[in-house]
Design a protein around this ligand. Structure first.
Ligand SMILES: [Zn+2]
Length: 91
C-alpha cells in the first residue's frame, strides 16, 4: 500500500486508541499503577510508544521497583482492581 494511504490509517488508529483509553478512565500517557512480582505497588510512566527505562513484553515489563529497591517484572494494575488502601499508598 502507498504511504499516503497507510499513514492516515495509522494516525487514526493511534488516536482511537488514546480516546478509548481515556474513556475507560485510564490515562493513555503518563503515570499508571503497576505491581511488581513481590507485590509492591508504585506509579510509573507507561507510554504506548515504549520507554527508554524499561523493557516491555506487552502488559508486563522489566524495570526497577523503587519500593523494594530491586529489579522485577511488573504488571499494570487496573485502577478498579485496587483497594482503597492500595490506592492511597500509591498517591
Ligand atoms: Zn518490588
Amino acid at each position: 500500500m502507498p504511504l499516503e494511504i497507510v499513514l492516515p490509517i495509522v494516525v487514526v488508529l493511534f488516536i482511537a486508541r488514546v480516546v478509548v483509553a481515556r474513556s475507560k478512565g485510564r490515562p493513555a500517557f503518563g503515570k499508571v499503577v503497576v505491581r511488581c512480582r513481590q507485590g509492591h505497588l508504585f506509579k510509573t510512566s507507561w507510554s504506548p510508544l515504549g520507554s527508554l527505562t524499561a523493557i516491555r513484553f506487552g502488559p508486563v515489563r522489566y524495570q526497577y521497583c523503587p519500593v523494594g529497591h530491586h529489579w522485577s517484572l511488573v504488571r499494570r494494575v487496573n485502577d478498579a482492581d485496587l483497594t482503597e488502601d492500595e490506592r492511597r499508598s500509591v498517591e
